[in-house]
Design a protein around this ligand. Structure first.
Ligand code: AMP
Length: 208
């Protein structure tokens, strides 16, 4: 099965993608995670993409396309999280050998909810788990592995605003791109993690 998850920052794409990957099973490909790993390792690519990520802007497709193509060449069953984010990227994805998407799940969440969620988001630098600040006790340690939780550098208010604007201008046309191709599954991304997960499972089951 080949899936794409679309939605604004904070929609829950990472959480849903990780659960889809474990359930079906599928390879979870998060371009944000791939790029953050490049930055952390200090690679040549990492040094090029870091300023874009820091500013909450999209990394140019000519830097990212090769990374995505290489990763997709290793698997036929995947869930893509955070890619494509532009129509150019959606066209590139469609042009890759072996890519034939079964469904594109669009998690719909409004701006107020995005701002609220990202202010509370904490990530675990060790296992990658994402949690909301007031769901943990004590709020500073990862419920999965116990490591000290951190905020993502680009989750501050100014960059969240920037990322949401970029999402509106660049990524909402991708929603229409897939709607026109008849594979878009629109899902209400509001409510608890469990409620969102049930809706996603129903949408994916209908696409199989
Ligand atoms: P994410 O973890 O998906 O929120 O991505 C974090 C950052 O990585 C984004 O704000 C962009 O700077 C960059 N990034 C991730 N995926 C893409 C993409 N498909 N196209 C361009 N930039 C991306």
């Amino acid at each position: 099965m080949q899936l794409v998850l679309l939605g604004p920052p904070g929609a829950g794409k990472g959480t849903v993608a990780a659960r889809l990957a474990a359930t079906f099973p599928l390879t979870h490909i998060s371009t944000g995670d791939l790029l953050r790993a490049e930055v952390a390792a200090g690679t040549a690519l990492g040094r090029k993409v870091a300023p874009y990520m820091k500013a909450g802007q999209l990394v140019p497709q000519d830097l990212l396309g090769e990374v995505v193509a290489r990763k997709l060449a290793t698997t036929t069953s995947f869930v893509l999280d955070g890619y494509p984010r532009t129509v150019e990227q959606a066209e590139f994805l469609a042009s890759l050998p072996g890519v034939s998407l079964d469904a594109v799940v669009y998690l719909r969440v409004d701006r107020e909810e995005v701002v609220r969620r990202l202010a509370r988001r904490r990530v675990c630098p060790v296992c990658g788990a994402t949690t909301a600040a007031d769901e943990t006790s004590p709020s500073t340690s990862c419920p999965a592995c116990g490591a000290k939780l951190a905020r993502r550098e680009d989750d501050d208010a100014a960059r969240v605003t920037k990322r949401f604007e970029v999402y509106l201008t660049e990524t909402t046309p991708v929603v229409e791109f897939y709607r026109a191709r008849g594979i878009l599954k629109e899902v209400d991304g509001g409510g608890t993690r469990e409620e969102v997960w049930r809706r996603v499972v129903d949408a994916v089951a209908a696409a199989r």
